[in-house]
Design a binder for this molecule. Sequence first.
Ligand code: HEC
Length: 286
Amino acid sequence: MKKIFLLLAALGVVAATSPAAVADPASDLKNFQGYFKTKFPTVPFDDFANGYYYLPGMDSYREQWLLYNEFPPYELGLSVGKKIWDKPFTNGKTFASCFKNGGKSIAQYYPYWDEKGQKVRTAEMDLNDCLKKNGEPEYTNLDKDQKARVKLANLTAYFYSLSKGKRVKIDISSPGAVKAYEAGKKFWWQRRGQLNFSCANCHMELAGKNVGGNQPLSAGLGHPVGWPAQRLEWARLETIDQRYSTCNKNVRAKPFKHGSDTYNDLQFYETYMSSGLPLTAPSMRN
Ligand code: HEC
């Protein structure tokens, strides 16, 4: 990472074209997806769901990726997630009882704006809530307790796998949802850290570039649809908040708390920007 820091500093990325201060989510979406369609005209829309592996010039990374997808290492974590999902609680109920349609084909609506609680809710939150409702211990201390976090990532991965291929559809029809969306959008465009980089600097401007010859940068379009994901380097399934936290640290900014409203709003924004893409989680990543 140190190397990336220096390289990016040397690149001296100037200013990402930030969007107009007032815009409605629908036209933001058009602009955001349009940006990538123009930047990468040869990439079919659905391939943005597969990270940087399908961006131009990434052929050797894609070949590798297809190879490790033949026996994906995340299968192990996914099977742990399935076990947790299937195992009855002390009261005899299971996770399926907490979700519409038994949890099948609903992950494309996550994260969502909860009118009653006036906040964005993620799949991780609803899974934890299900434990609480059924008198079971929740997964807590997720920043420090890697074991608990990975268990929750495994479970979330299984939850998402029940909706694989479903196209992202986020509802931003209420004023509260728009507000959360705006907060996420602000976070995406804001510069931070010692490097003074925004998410947009790396995942829009530098998308498709191979920083330092061995660190390709993905397009923001498609970002959340493969998560939870397993990075070769991490060798375990992880939550998207763990990825966000790593990206914050990359620019030497202080990460936010796992499950914080800040990260939830960010995920809400990023997921809305990926509207129409198929869910691919869990996925393999470098
Ligand atoms: C200094 C550059 C840099 C910045 C700034 C940065 N990231 Fe990243 N990000 C990376 C790298 C490197 C990776 C791993 C390769 C990839 O998938 O792009 C990554 C990966 C990701 C991924 C996983 C993509 C996938 O397909 O699996 C997400 C999601 C993500 N970043 C979100 C963010 C968000 C949100 C921000 C702003 C808070 C941000 N990043 C800021 C460098 C950066």
